[in-house]
Each structure stands twice: as structure tokens, then as C-alpha cells.
Design a protein around this ligand. Structure first.
Ligand code: MD3
Ligand code: FE
Length: 221
């Protein structure tokens, strides 16, 4: 990735306030944006996982993912031997995914607006659960129908190193630390950039214990 991609970005302070950082073209991190709602988010995730338990999906190539996943919203992201897709039904239960809680949808809309993407109305929220050692290898998110909508990501629990690459898989990724309560927003030129999560380090978080949870909000349908 070359520096001139960043030349047209406004100063971070003009968008997200003094705890925001531009991390790429159309991409920014809002430090601590979710902190005041963290325990409400944790409680809502409890409810969701009672209806739709976390599970380890299998990639089309036959590999079990080390990340455990579930979803809420009208569509959920699923992977199996036949491919990746968004599905209105949880394949494990045959029932619709749990509804998206109001605290989720409102937080995602506010964060997107603060990053310069007003009117974000996600219909899918993928919830990823990481234990120490869990990683997510470099990939693109391109199963969503409308790629003009951004993706909003909320980090909770143990910190992680986010790997933020470029438009090509071979672009060397930058390493960005994502801590409890941080929100990242990817849109515009960054929307199809390669990204991943480095293996999670050991730790014990006061609210979540030895875990990291990540919510990614998407406009999938
Ligand atoms: C950058 N999740 O679920 S969120 C994923 O922390 C995923 O669980 C990671 O990648 C996690 O697909 C990272 C950050 C993220 C999501 C989508 C992006 C970063 C992105 C799309 C384009 C560029
Ligand atoms: Fe992703």
C-alpha cells in the first residue's frame, strides 16, 4: 500500500473526535467508543448465544475455523463445504437467527456516522469468539450484496492485533492493536482490503475472562 492513498483523508479530529485514528483510506478506529455500553453488549450476547450457540464453522476447503461464531439479525454468515453465504436460518437449529438487539443496531449506526458513513442500517451481525491462540487468517469480506456500505467492528474483552493489508493478498499488513471498547469502521477504498487477526495472547479480562469477542455489522442483503 502506498502513502498517497491516504492523501485525501480529512484530519481524524474532523470526523471522530480526539480518540479516533485514520488507519487507511475510508477506514478509522474510534478508541473506547463502545466502552459505556460494554456490559449491555455482553448481556445481549449472552441472550443470543442461548438461542444460537457459538460453533466452529468448516471452510469450503474442509478446515475447521479456530474462531467460534454465531450471528444475529435477519441474515447470518455461514460457511460449509458448499461455500460461504448469508442465510436467514441458523443451519444448526433450522430457525431464524436471533433478532439484532437495539443496543447493537444503535451503536453500529452511531459509530458509522462518527466515521463519515451516516444512515448505516446493518441487517447482519457476525459475532466472533477468540480464546488464546485463536487466529483469523487474511481474507476479504465480499459476500455482502452492497459493497458501498461500510463494515463496523466492535472489539470486547482481551486485546488483539488486527492485521490490515491492502487490495492484494501479497500487500504486507499493518498491525493495529484493538482493545476492549474500540470500534473500527471500514468503507470506501478499504472495504475490500485483506485483513485478519494474529493469534490471541493469553490474558484474563475483567468483564469477559479469557476471551475476545468481536461484533461485525454488515449490510449483507
Ligand atoms: C477490513 N473479523 O469477521 S473485524 C470477520 O476481529 C473479521 O473478528 C475480525 O474479519 C475480528 O470477517 C476483524 C474487522 C474487519 C471486518 C471487515 C473488514 C476489518 C475489515 C472489511 C474490510 C477491511
Ligand atoms: Fe473479515
Amino acid at each position: 500500500m502506498t502513502l498517497d492513498l491516504f492523501d485525501n483523508l480529512p484530519e481524524p479530529d474532523s470526523r471522530g473526535g480526539d480518540r479516533s485514528e485514520a488507519i487507511g483510506p475510508g477506514a478509522m478506529v474510534l478508541r473506547g467508543f463502545a466502552l459505556s455500553r460494554a456490559s449491555a453488549l455482553r448481556d445481549a450476547i449472552e441472550q443470543i448465544q442461548a438461542e444460537a450457540p457459538f460453533r466452529h464453522l468448516v471452510t469450503p476447503g474442509g478446515f475447521r475455523m479456530s474462531v467460534a461464531m454465531t450471528n444475529c439479525g435477519t441474515l447470518g454468515w455461514v460457511s460449509d463445504e458448499s461455500g460461504y453465504r448469508y442465510d436467514p436460518l441458523d443451519p444448526d437449529s433450522g430457525r431464524p437467527w436471533p433478532a439484532m438487539p437495539a443496543v447493537f443496531a444503535e451503536l453500529a449506526r452511531e459509530a458509522a456516522a462518527a466515521a463519515g458513513y451516516p444512515g448505516f442500517a446493518p441487517d447482519a451481525c457476525l459475532i466472533n469468539r477468540y480464546a488464546p491462540g485463536t487466529r483469523l487468517s487474511l481474507h476479504q469480506d465480499r459476500n455482502e450484496r452492497d459493497l458501498r456500505a461500510p463494515i463496523v467492528s466492535v472489539s470486547l474483552g482481551l486485546p488483539a492485533v488486527f492485521l490490515f493489508g491492502g487490495a492484494r493478498r501479497a500487500d504486507r499488513p499493518a498491525r493495529v492493536r484493538m482493545a476492549h471498547g474500540d470500534i473500527a469502521i471500514w468503507g470506501g477504498p478499504s472495504r475490500l482490503f485483506y485483513h485478519g487477526i494474529a493469534p490471541l495472547s493469553d490474558g484474563d479480562h475483567p468483564l469477559l475472562g479469557p476471551l475476545r469477542l468481536n461484533l461485525t455489522f454488515r449490510k449483507a442483503g
